[in-house]
Design a protein around this ligand. Sequence first.
Ligand SMILES: Cc1cc2nc3c(=O)[nH]c(=O)nc-3n(C[C@H](O)[C@H](O)[C@H](O)COP(=O)(O)OP(=O)(O)OC[C@H]3O[C@@H](n4cnc5c(N)ncnc54)[C@H](O)[C@@H]3O)c2cc1C
Length: 496
Amino acid sequence: MSRVVVVGAGVGGLAAAVRLAAAGHDVTVLEQASVVGGKLGTHAHDGYLFDTGPSLLTLPHVLEELFAATGAPLEEVLPIRRLDVACRYRFPDGVEVDLPGDAAAVPAALEAALGPGRGDQWAALVARAARIWDLTHGPFLESPVGPADLLRLATDPRDVATVAPWRSLRGVGSTYLTDPRLRLLLDRYATYTGSDPRRAPAALLTVPYAEQAFGSWYVPGGLGRIAVALTDRLDELGGRLRTGARVAEVLVAGGRACGVRLAGGEVLDADVVVANADATRLYGDLLPGRAGRAGRRRLRRTRPSLAGFALLLALDDPPPDQPHHRVLFAEDYDAEFDAVFGRRGPARPAHRPTVYVSVPDDPAVVPHPGAGAWFVLVNAPRHDPAGGVDWDRPGLREEHADHVLEVMADRGLDVRDRVTHRTVVTPADLERRTLTDGGSIYGTSSNGARAAFLRPGNRSPVPGLFLVGGSSHPGGGLPLVVMSARIVADLVGPAR
Ligand SMILES: Cc1cc2nc3c(=O)[nH]c(=O)nc-3n(C[C@H](O)[C@H](O)[C@H](O)COP(=O)(O)OP(=O)(O)OC[C@H]3O[C@@H](n4cnc5c(N)ncnc54)[C@H](O)[C@@H]3O)c2cc1C
């Protein structure tokens, strides 16, 4: 049995802790915040319950496998619900389409809403995406990646042509899709990794494929329950959790990780340290000096992912018959990406951003029937008071919140006179709550062909120190973070 210390109780840290406890290790999770979950946060107000982070669960089998492998199956501890309509999209010309939650029904829905040929074009693109998924999910997403894996993928020229690592998501999409609205739909999936579709690799075609093939899911009571279920499982397996415990340093002796020092000075010895803390902070602050140098050097070559600006709206008598998820597309999506990534000028909040709205049809999250707990999210530049946007500038959060509500109204969703209470969550708030640099949602972005291979690996250069979660391989988003936990548990191995 090894003594394992996990730094951070985000989904990645908790999932790794659960697996390692199930494998027989002596596991302690240290979380700096007073609550668990990290970016999978919740906020309660006067009988309303909001998810402040994820609102969409994809690839549910990844979570199912975790629970099945470590005790009782997921359905016994956390029932989840598949959505009939994945999302309602509103395009700049005012046309709307309800994208079915069943992949087979998607082409017909696109054909009916957007015109002849559109369904076939989308189906051809998704067929290519399915081939990329088959080629990459095992050797890339579910394995510790390195240059050798890249070479293994490259042995068959037909496979290389399918994955087209030199092409962007936008580029490959435009060879299949002639309708600008379909291109917008595809572009949107780049933001699932916090990236710009003009720079994200074509391999991100797997994102719409995975969403449509495996469905869009909701957790009744809110996605925050995933963190509760993981914490319960850890407890059942004998793992320990300490909140309010901030790790100040990962200790190294004889070239190996040997424990951690907490901010108050307490030292915990360990045989294995698993860092769920943001990789930039790990290599920048927690592992000073030579030990973190290689990690810092590699991170300097990456671009951080975009951040998010969220509104949690308590609504009285909201408009009826809302789909669970809705996207109101920007009139100029490129201008939005230029603004939030700081191309053609400094980073700035997008003038007319794409707006995402999540409206759970769930009595558990509202105080009474006829009330609504709405989550509104727009892409935002990172919090960067030194060289970019200072989200703590007095007045900015309320100004931008008003502006987002106005943009929604312009696009046919005016709820301004129904809001009884609102809470604004800026990138600066997320940075403070989760110690994530700039409040980036997904660690490093996938901007650029080499991004996936520059992302910090799960095995650090320091023996005995591993990285788990969205800022390390294979990246952000709940399913990928849970996959990273499995990779780390496999690297550590069972207790002897
Ligand atoms: C607004 C928003 C919307 C999102 N929407 C979706 C979605 O719909 N679907 C989806 O799949 N994903 C979504 N995501 C992404 C998803 O939430 C993340 O990828 C995932 O939760 C990251 O988990 P993690 O464990 O990697 O990291 P985190 O959640 O960041 O957890 C890291 C933990 O480590 C702790 N920590 C950091 N430093 C220390 C330290 N020094 N000592 C002790 N503890 C420390 C932090 O407090 C935190 O709890 C969204 C994220 C956000 C913010």
